[in-house]
Design a protein around this ligand. Structure first.
Ligand SMILES: *[C@@H]1O[C@H](CO)[C@@H](O)[C@H](O)[C@H]1NC(C)=O
Ligand SMILES: *[C@@H]1O[C@H](CO)[C@@H](O)[C@H](O)[C@H]1NC(C)=O
Ligand SMILES: *[C@@H]1O[C@H](CO)[C@@H](O)[C@H](O)[C@H]1NC(C)=O
Length: 314
């Protein structure tokens, strides 16, 4: 009985400590200066997260090329890094997913505009260096992202590697679901599948309250089933999951991919949603945001378990 109680206690203690945003265990607690803190964001999903803004198909050859246009909101900045496919930090440049979604022609996605907007806001918990971890791959459905799949494992591996030189994973940015709009059954299963995915990511990153910002679809394959997937997305009611709606943003002529200006807008919408997680005062100095209800709940649970344990022992 006592053994069981202690085992249970240690599991909960682990979950409790993990409810802080994920920080590398070997790293001394976050550096004192904001400047030294790397704020890490995982970018995952399918083509509209990878970025197809400015990608045009040659109608004769059928070859897709990127027009190379990088708007000011997406230009490189020494404070914005990306984790390359070979797991090194380099200055981020468009197309952000070129070496990750390597089989496709990549263009502008939301990542750079997101990072730039976060930097401009210069808020506690969001200033210093931004580290982007691109993981999105075009044409992938929600099953391709299920726990244990190649893409899932790669994302977790990259997220963990991102912490090697210190820093904190602040959020997962997720834009996916177009490939789940082709038939009714898949569309109807989406809510269950995406919620399972969010839960699994939090579990495997040992960050049960990790902020997740998902994008409700702007496009897909079958109009009737887009609405089912969108309904699923807008209906996800998890703590620390926010949804921004891409519906109505301008699309490329293919009717599927967001244009470059649309991606800039989306990046800024994602940033605004992320900033809502942070304490409103920017003068608090520390960057332990976001503070969450679940931190409070897990602290309460641990307190009660301590009580139970002490009763059992005595
Ligand atoms: C960010 O804000 C801090 C004070 O909160 C200030 O010292 C610093 O200069 C600001 N950085 C930028 C780039 O505006
Ligand atoms: C995802 O695509 C695979 C084939 O690549 C297919 O077997 C699976 O049924 C699809 N799942 C969904 C949810 O569309
Ligand atoms: C280019 O063609 C590919 C393959 O047919 C298609 O998936 C993609 O959406 C097209 N892109 C644009 C911008 O038209």
């Amino acid at each position: 009985m006592l053994l069981f109680a202690l085992l249970f206690f240690s599991l909960v203690a682990q979950a409790c400590s993990a409810s802080q945003p994920t920080t590398h265990p070997h790293q001394p607690q976050q550096q004192k200066t904001e400047q030294g803190t790397k704020n890490i964001f995982i970018l995952a999903g399918q083509s509209n997260m990878a970025g197809r803004g400015g990608v045009v198909n040659d109608t004769v050859t059928g070859i897709a090329t990127w027009d190379g246009v990088v708007p000011p909101e997406c230009r490189p900045n020494p404070s914005i890094l990306r984790l390359s496919a070979d797991l090194t930090w380099i200055e981020a440049r468009e197309p952000l997913h070129a070496d990750i979604d390597a089989k496709k022609t990549n263009g502008i996605g939301p990542g750079m505009a997101f990072a730039k907007a976060i930097l401009v806001a210069n808020r506690s918990g969001a200033s210093g260096v931004i580290g982007l971890v691109p993981c999105a791959v075009g044409g992938t459905n929600i099953t391709h992202w299920a726990r244990g799949s190649f893409l899932y494992n790669q994302m977790i591996r990259r997220a963990k590697a991102a912490l090697n030189n210190g820093g904190t994973i602040r959020a997962l940015l997720w834009y996916q679901g177009e490939s789940d709009t082709a038939n009714r059954e898949d569309a109807k299963s989406y809510k269950n599948r995406v919620e399972t995915f969010f839960g699994d990511v939090r579990l495997d990153l040992q960050s049960p309250a990790l902020p997740i910002i998902q994008v409700a679809l702007a496009s897909g394959e079958e109009a009737a089933f887009i609405d089912i997937v969108r309904e699923a997305q807008l209906g996800v009611d998890f703590l620390n999951v926010r949804t921004v709606d891409a519906k109505g943003l301008p699309l490329e002529p293919d009717g599927l991919h967001l244009t470059t200006p649309a991606q800039v807008r989306l990046g800024q919408m994602l940033a605004a949603a992320y900033l809502q997680f942070l304490p409103s005062s920017s003068t608090t100095g520390t960057s332990d945001a976001p503070r969450t209800l679940s931190n409070f709940v897990s602290n309460l649970v641990i307190f009660l378990l301590l009580k139970i344990c002490s009763i059992t022992i005595s």
